[in-house]
Design a protein. Structure first.
Length: 94
């Protein structure tokens, strides 16, 4: 599902190494067993997917809101709020 935002992530990779990343988010990919927050990683200027269950802290750099619990729930609600007007207008066009 589309998700726009500019976030700072505290992330733990598959080896357990912790890093802080800045991401220009583009989408939330929901798949079997995992959810990925996808976007442009500012460190590499390349598309990356970050597993939501490995994000320990997220800061919305546009609002300064900090999320350190229930991050996946927050991401889904954030994407849903952004996409609600799009779904409404698509229903009216039909």
């Amino acid at each position: 599902m589309p998700l726009a935002g500019h976030f700072r992530l505290d992330y733990r990779d598959v080896t357990g190494r912790r890093t802080r990343r800045a991401l220009q988010a583009l989408e939330l990919k929901v798949g079997p067993g995992k959810v990925l927050l996808g976007g442009i990683d500012e460190a590499t200027q390349a598309y990356r997917g970050f597993r939501a269950d490995r994000i320990s802290r997220l800061q919305d750099l546009e609002t300064s809101e900090i999320v350190d619990r229930n991050i996946l729930d927050w991401l889904i609600r954030h994407a849903d709020r952004q996409n609600r007007p799009r779904r409404r207008s698509a229903g009216q066009a039909a």
